[in-house]
Design a protein around this ligand. Structure first.
Ligand code: CP
Length: 339
């Protein structure tokens, strides 16, 4: 692939990013995917995030770990939660934050991705937070960025959304303490979901007893039975006895052709309602990465109900992103600094 030709989609469906993500000491250098990271490292992210949760409660919501560092948000796709919580997390670590407005940048005048990167490097940026519609875009940038720069994947195509998965793991651990013995169901558009791929990898790496996916056949990947999950096509059967129900949005922007009859019919079959939720354990929690489409994948009563932890996921995202950024910059592991 010619790096300057960024019009062509990059497709890396199942890369082994282990070496690229880790420095020679096995410490986090980039955070591109859950793939290739072991249980100890995922647990270290969760434990480090735990140590940051109190920062948001302080009068002065800052720690000086990334003082003097420049962090750049490069969001080539829309975002509400990920972009803002990365920005808040960076500010709480005392970094200087640039959020490039891509639609108003020179990308629209034909500047290549690599030329944009080189210019940001010339401004002495230390970290790129990247969201892109192409699977593999964050890997591409990590491969071509200057050696001192860390790259964090904020969601690439249908490939990976590792910080979302880690904030979801953090939320589950806060409510359920241990992953062993847990049954977790992920419901909806598994086929197009980078979140589902990352969640499945993280849940299995952390030792979850059973991971289920529930979806119509048209919204499951062909290799679903090789993902380390139990596959269901019936919602009530799939959520029976589970501890955690994770609902997903229909990713219409990634669908080609008619994959579903109608949103109304989808809700009739796969929409989570209070009645259907009774099949799960009485203390089951309900999660959703957002954005929610009320009345499509879940009823408002569930989204805003007592078992919903959806807004907690957003809050925990700040601490988890603080953890990932500080670990990747070597500030939580001073001996592993890249410079
Ligand atoms: N969960 C998530 O990635 O949300 P945004 O698209 O709003 O960032």
């Amino acid at each position: 692939m010619k790096p300057e030709n960024r019009k062509r989609p990059i497709v890396i469906e199942t890369p082994d990013n282990g070496n690229l993500q880790l420095d020679p000491n096995g410490k986090l250098r980039h955070f591109l995917s859950i793939n290739g990271l072991n249980r100890e490292l995922l647990t270290e992210i969760l434990d480090t995030a735990e140590s940051f949760t109190g920062v948001s409660e302080r009068t002065v919501k800052k720690v000086p770990l990334l003082r003097g560092k420049v962090i750049t948000n490069l969001f080539f796709e829309t975002s509400t939660r990920t972009r803002t919580t990365f920005e808040l997390a960076a500010k709480r670590l005392s970094a200087d934050v640039l959020s490039l407005n891509i639609s108003a940048s020179s990308t629209s005048k034909g500047e290549s991705l690599l030329d944009t990167l080189r210019n940001l490097e010339a401004m002495h940026c230390d970290m790129f937070i990247v969201r892109h519609a192409d699977s593999g875009a964050a890997n591409f940038i990590a491969t071509h960025a200057a050696p001192h720069i860390s790259v964090i994947n904020a969601g690439d195509g249908r490939h990976s959304h590792p910080t979302q998965a880690m904030l979801d793991m953090f939320t589950i651990r806060r409510h359920k303490q241990e992953f062993e013995g847990l049954k977790v169901a992920i419901v909806g558009d598994i086929l197009h979901s980078r979140v589902a791929r990352s969640q499945i990898l993280a849940l299995n790496t952390l030792g979850t007893e059973e991971v289920r996916v529930i979806a119509p056949k048209t919204l499951l990947p062909a290799d679903a039975d090789r993902l380390g999950v139990k596959v269901y096509h019936n919602l009530e059967q799939g959520i029976s006895g589970v501890d955690v129900v994770i609902m997903l949005r229909l990713q219409r922007e990634r669908m080609s052709g008619a994959m579903l009859p109608s949103e109304h019919e989808y809700f009739q079959l796969y929409g989570l309602t209070d009645e259907r939720l009774e099949a799960a354990k009485p203390d089951a929690i309900v999660m959703h990465p957002g954005p929610i489409n009320r009345g499509v994948e879940m009823a408002t009563q569930v989204a805003d109900g007592p078992r919903s932890v959806i807004l907690q996921q957003v809050s925990f995202g700040i601490a988890v992103r603080m953890a990932v950024m500080s670990m990747a910059m070597g500030t939580m592991n001073p001996g592993a600094s890249k410079k």
